[in-house]
Design a protein around this ligand. Sequence first.
Ligand SMILES: [Zn+2]
Length: 292
Amino acid sequence: MGSGIVNIYNKKYSYEDLSHDIKRFLVDYKDIVSAGIIAKTSDGNNIYCIRLGNTKAEKRVIIQAAMHAREWLNTQLIMMMTEHCLRFYYSASFEGIKYNELFDKVCFYIIPMFNPDGVNISQYGLKRIRNNILKGQVRCIGRGRYRRWKANAEGVDLNRNYEKGFTKNYLRSASECSGDCPYSEKETRAFIKLVDSIKPTAVINYHETGRIIYFKEFSKLTKLISAETGYHCKYDKGANGSLGDWLSMKNVEWVTIETCIGRAPVNHLQLYYEWKLHKNMIQKIAKLYIDV
Ligand SMILES: [Zn+2]
């Protein structure tokens, strides 16, 4: 299991760790990777988007993780997967195709921590919230229980804030609150802006838990991810205001991968198991889109 920059032993991979490691990527691999900030959150944190590959590529794939705050183990996993590709970029081939050729034809837009404010709450409670109004609101909702926080710092579930099937729900909570109206949240607006600007071939949503894959269309992509991970596949019945339903409405292929078992946040040891299943996922997806 190879990691040079991303510390695999770090049991609480935080927003600060992520920011630090992305900066290191940009120094050590400056010719092959770039990164942007797709939005600033309510508490002033960056939502980073790492671009891996040729931005003029015909195929573009978005990978996002930690939309739900407590699912932050996936941030570390995605960062390890990204670093794995960077390390072999100029020196190796993947299933007969050179890495640089793979990423010349398929570009990845990787958002390792979609909900940094929420991750801070799940990992540190109130301690890292800078904005006092937000802090008061989170204190009111969480009442001392923050580990299983799922929403952003506004108390809105970012997987209920899209237009398709949106159901009004004003009561802010640690999970399942849809917000005042569709796209009320900065994170949601940043995501739709990204989708509208790059017009992705597919969107891969990393969530936890269940070791299961949710799909709307049983595609080659679903089959590939299932073969690689051994996870079962299940038809997604949809949910009010979910990202998946919105992507289907936009005719964008998508799949949701639920890693790990048990209740999130999961024991750090699960990272090592999941790494074995996911370490070639980016390369496999790139190859799939070259072959089709
Ligand atoms: Zn989730």
